[in-house]
Design a protein around this ligand. Sequence first.
Ligand code: ADP
Ligand code: MG
Length: 242
Amino acid sequence: MTMTAEATAQAVSLDAVTRTYGSVRALDGVTWTFPRGGFTAVMGPSGSGKSTFLHCASGLDRPTAGTVRIGGVDIGRLSETKRTRLRRERVGYVFQDFNLIPSMDVEQNITLPIRLGGAAAEPAWLAEVVRRVGLSDRLRHRPSELSGGQQQRAALARALVTRPEVVFADEPTGALDPRTARDVLRLLRETVDATGQTLVLVTHDPMAAAWADSVLFLDEGRIVDELAGPSAAAVAARWEAL
Ligand SMILES: Nc1ncnc2c1ncn2[C@@H]1O[C@H](COP(=O)(O)OP(=O)(O)O)[C@@H](O)[C@H]1O
Ligand SMILES: [Mg+2]
């Protein structure tokens, strides 16, 4: 497959993407490009379509209409198997409800995507990620033996350990205390800066959004505004006006 330079500079692009559930237009004709190596925060009221946006952009869900490209590849044209493989190899996803496997311990959960791909975890990077999310002494615990915040950090580690090109994170700091949230955001910011990874992060917290290069505001399934170089105060002010 040939890809133009322009296409590969775009980590993820959506063109007129709509996702309906019955009569609900969860996403309503969204067109947007996430540049490679960018950190974008997505904000919006509950029900504004943030999770649907992430599901469609990451290839977890198929839009009702429109086109999604990841690294220039039109994922709507891929078979289910190829789409799954592309997701496993190039995309990390932190689910709002963690999606950890109850019967596996923390280390098994974190390394699952690597093992599914038929590889072994890189020990130094695994240890680094686990240390940065503060779970080094919890590797043998099952999810049910962890707090909500620890489960969220395990889900985050699982998304980072494969060194994906793009990470989608649905409110990854929602269950964390402020200090842990800051550590996690710093880890994400540094990963983006050091590796050129692309990050799309849904949050309700203006302080979290302020770590991003740019903030998108969603309302009723549409992008209604963008704030570049956001400060927490500017994000909060825009949020108030939404
Ligand atoms: N699986 C689904 N079935 C039916 N409606 C859904 C489903 N998922 C989301 N919706 C609806 O789509 C809209 C957007 O939902 P969602 O993307 O979860 O919003 P957010 O993440 O911003 O809270 C809401 O009205 C929600 O009720
Ligand atoms: Mg949501």
